[in-house]
Design a protein. Structure first.
Length: 135
């Protein structure tokens, strides 16, 4: 039986080599670490922007989806990188206003990275299957 390899790559906002497309839900602590912001900041953004992660029924734990991660990235980018106020960010997000081209490119690259990772997983699995047949 082939051994399964553990993937220890964690996505970081500044790390173009990894992708957040590795699991369906993230906790607030995980999201805070991924985007290098405080949990308090994320809660504040939830109150003042369209950011609204799901809640686990039993515990009430915030569960951030892939779409939520994209929104957190957009909020962080507009607030920190572009220097907009939180009110301006919220207005832009709520009005569906055009987002900066740099951010659109980042989001597209994020999607491409996810597809590449998925293809890599398929290739690795096929290689593992082929190698286990040789033994």
């Amino acid at each position: 039986m082939p051994k399964k390899r553990k993937n220890n790559t964690h996505w970081r906002f500044e790390n173009p080599q990894a992708s957040p497309q590795e699991k369906p839900y993230y906790t607030i602590g995980e999201v805070a670490r991924l985007f290098k912001v405080d949990e308090t900041q994320l809660r504040y953004w939830e109150r003042h922007t369209p950011l609204a992660p799901k809640r686990a029924a039993s515990s009430g734990t915030r569960l951030y989806t892939q779409d939520d991660l994209k929104l957190v990235e957009r909020i962080r980018y507009l607030l920190i990188d572009k220097g907009l106020s939180l009110q301006a960010v919220a207005e832009q997000l709520q009005s569906g206003g055009a987002v900066d081209t740099d951010l659109q490119i980042r989001e597209k690259l994020w999607e491409v990275r996810a597809k590449v990772l998925e293809l890599k997983r398929v290739v690795d699995q096929q290689l593992n299957d082929a190698n286990s047949g040789d033994e």
